[in-house]
Design a protein around this ligand. Structure first.
Ligand SMILES: O=P(O)(O)OC[C@@]1(O)O[C@H](CO)[C@@H](O)[C@@H]1O
Ligand SMILES: [Mn+2]
Length: 441
């Protein structure tokens, strides 16, 4: 490969990476500690004295973690046995090898940002699994549920929109169907603004009805490859034999409102016959505050199904049925919560890479996935997306991402510079978004 640019690093004090580790990580850890405190009684009721001891232990482990991060300690190996402990510690040794002797050891403020941030969430998980019997506690569950409940209005509006669309979908011509597809893609894109790790765990629910603002938000789409997605799926729909499969895989990001937008898009893909099955990938452990676990996925479908609004509950019933009948398949894989960039997947998780190769199209939601697709490296804005993927291409894929990190490739000459001049923080506010496609070779 051409020489790869260096990683975004936490030691660069002018970088968003540095601010994330300095300001937001302690905030997220403090909120996690506070959540554990507030569940003391529940733990006593469930587990008696042992529950209280466990809560105390988890809090002390998280406090120690917060202190390590705030005092720039060396990154220490994981000690608790878990499916990925060895892979993590090998990766840490690899980071050590990348540093020469004079640099000393990887530290919180002297390492690649992607590594440090992922490591932080994996250490939160270690603190919890070291504290039985509360070792299955999700310190972020409350804020993910709060995001869902606070977005009720917008969720209802989306479900009603979907039900109305379902009633007329048979009569839509190709162009009308394409426009409905594009609307739901944009709703899924802007759903990605609702991200609790950017807000440091502060509420980031969807208050307005995003359907009415799609036209206003269009100028904020910096790369728009939606036409590629349409032609790939509509051509396959036209040419496929009756019984053949068209599979779209969605690598999920945040639970709550964003997950609803993804499930609505997935429902449309089946109802429009643009796809015959959808595969979802979530996270095996609580991750980046709002990322979706299998518990969040099942809980949200349950909530929608038991809504007291008829059309909303119909969506939930349909979604539960898709899962039951195997038209929607949820996959868990440990790779998604490792620190690796995706170009390492075929080596580190060949089974997952082979699974993704079965898809006709893979949609990667969110900013963290974009950082891993591009290796969280300091690419020039105009480097082609295909090049930044560094060989990762299990299937035609599209990143659907709002910008919350100082990485963006595939722009036109001058486009990045122009944005920096007009809006210095365009890379990290979540205000801008992309549909970035890497198609059939
Ligand atoms: O993947 P998501 O949910 O869109 O965003 C995750 C994220 O908020 O976490 C980091 C900031 O802490 C950034 O990489 C990114 O903005
Ligand atoms: Mn996320």
């Amino acid at each position: 490969y051409a020489l790869l640019p260096t990683y975004c690093k936490t030691q660069e004090h002018s970088s968003f990476a540095y601010l994330t580790i300095k300001d937001r990580i302690p905030q997220i850890l403090t909120k996690a500690i506070d959540t554990l405190h507030r569940h003391k009684n529940e733990m006593f009721e469930k587990h008696g004295e042992k529950g209280i001891e466990a809560e105390k232990k988890a809090i002390s482990l998280l406090s120690k973690l917060r202190n390590e991060s705030q005092t720039d300690k060396p990154i220490v190996p994981l000690v608790e046995k878990f499916a990925d402990t060895d892979i993590w510690n090998q990766y840490l040794e690899h980071q050590q090898d990348l540093l020469n002797d004079s640099d000393g050891k990887p530290r919180w403020f002297y390492s690649p940002w992607l590594f440090v941030e992922c490591y932080m969430y994996r250490r939160i998980h270690e603190a919890v699994i070291q504290s039985p019997p509360i070792d299955d506690f999700d310190v972020f569950k409350e804020s993910k549920e709060q995001n869902f409940f606070e977005s009720q209005e917008s969720i209802m509006a989306l479900c009603i929109h979907l039900r109305e669309l379902m009633q007329i979908i048979e009569h839509l011509d190709e162009n009308q169907l394409k426009n409905e597809f594009f609307k739901l893609l944009q709703i899924s894109l802007w759903g990605n603004k609702c991200d609790l790790s950017l807000s440091g765990g502060e509420s980031s629910s969807q208050k307005t009805n995003v359907i009415n603002s799609l036209e206003d938000l269009k100028p904020f789409i910096l790369v728009n490859d939606m036409e590629h997605l349409w032609s790939l799926l509509s051509n396959r729909k036209k040419t496929r034999e009756k019984a053949s499969i068209v599979r779209v895989d969605i690598v999920l990001d945040n639970s709550g409102f964003e997950l609803v937008t993804d499930l609505i898009l997935a429902d449309f893909l089946l109802s429009s016959k643009l796809a015959t099955e959808i595969h979802f990938y979530g996270k095996m452990i609580p991750w980046f505050v709002s990322d979706t676990t299998i518990h969040d996925f099942n809980w949200l479908i349950e909530q929608v199904k038991y809504s007291d609004h008829k059309w909303v509950s119909e969506c939930g019933a349909n979604w539960e049925n898709y899962v039951k009948t195997g038209r929607w398949v949820y996959h868990d894989h440990i790779f998604w919560t490792l620190p690796h960039e995706f170009c390492a997947m075929s080596q580190v998780a060949p089974d997952l890479y082979a699974e993704l190769q079965k898809a006709h199209l893979i949609l990667f939601k969110g900013d963290l996935n974009y950082r891993k697709l591009t290796g969280d490296r300091k690419w020039e804005f105009t480097v082609p997306f295909h090049q930044a993927l560094s060989g990762f291409h299990p299937a035609p894929l599209c990143s659907i991402r709002t910008l919350k990190a100082e990485i963006q490739v595939g722009l036109q000459p001058g486009q990045g510079e122009q944005l920096t001049a007009s809006e210095p923080n365009w890379l990290t506010t979540g205000k801008y978004g992309v549909f970035q496609f890497d198609g059939p070779l």
